[in-house]
Design a binder for this molecule. Structure first.
Ligand code: DC
Length: 225
């Protein structure tokens, strides 16, 4: 069954996750954090000491992941093989592993199924890199959210500090720059705006400015009254 899908793609730290959460809540749609799916496989590979450059074992691992996203009182949890792992996904090692495994076509194919499975009634809002171009090419509304890398580094820095992690801003900036190059230049499903995506540069916009623009787009696309 075809349900309405809204895709929000863009580089790390552009504010896609927060925007996707808010829009999903307003529309009453399901939420897909596709980066979390890549991060989960990255975490599982690090734990199992699986070579991040070897697509065979990684894609086998991807097809055998037992995943669920139970909704708790405050947030959506992420359960991997019976263990809650939501708190272990947002660190630099896992982000780097996710970006490295994401270059393998075999791995991307294996994870595509998991992502498409989340498109259930009444609809889906998803954020990622290739949701509008590859995973949901028929999405009803496609957004590409961008921002200058220095501003993205500042936002990530504050996010990580607020969550209690000790990090240097310079390390975050370097990591984002490395991941940007890897995500934008990989041969399969590179980070690029879909031809029919609305590109929003959030560098000089507050989260509420961005939200207002996307609200208007949702209305113009018949997603709200
Ligand atoms: O959005 P994020 O920072 O959580 O994503 C982590 C990595 O996962 C990112 O650097 C590349 C990969 N990824 C991807 O290749 N395709 C997606 N749709 C989402 C994430």
């Amino acid at each position: 069954m075809n349900v309405p899908v809204v895709t929000i793609d863009g580089p790390g730290g552009a504010g896609k996750g927060t925007l996707a959460r808010l829009i999903a809540k307003e529309l009453g749609f399901n939420l897909l954090d596709s980066g979390a799916i890549y991060r989960i496989l990255g975490l599982a590979a690090l734990r199992g000491a699986v070579d991040l450059d070897d697509p065979g074992p990684l894609s086998t691992m991807a097809t055998s992941l037992s995943l669920s996203f139970p909704f708790t009182e405050k947030h959506t949890d992420i359960v991997l093989n019976g263990e809650s792992v939501a708190g272990q996904l947002r660190n630099q090692d896992v982000a780097d592993a996710a970006s490295r495994i994401a270059i393998h076509p075999l791995v991307r194919d294996a994870l595509m199924f998991l992502q498409r499975q989340q498109a259930c009634v009444p609809g889906l809002v998803g954020d990622g890199r290739d949701l509008g171009t590859i995973v949901f090419p028929d999405a009803k509304l496609k957004i590409f959210l961008d921002a200058n890398v220095g501003i993205r580094a500042d936002r990530r820095y504050h996010e990580l500090i607020e969550s209690g992690q000790t990090v240097a801003r310079s390390a975050i900036l370097r990591d984002l720059e490395i991941r940007d190059v890897r995500d934008r230049t990989r041969s399969v499903a590179p980070l690029v705006a879909a031809e029919d995506a609305f590109v929003i540069d959030s560098s000089d916009k507050s989260p509420s400015d961005v939200l207002s623009v996307v609200r208007e787009l949702c209305q113009a696309h018949g997603l709200t009254n």
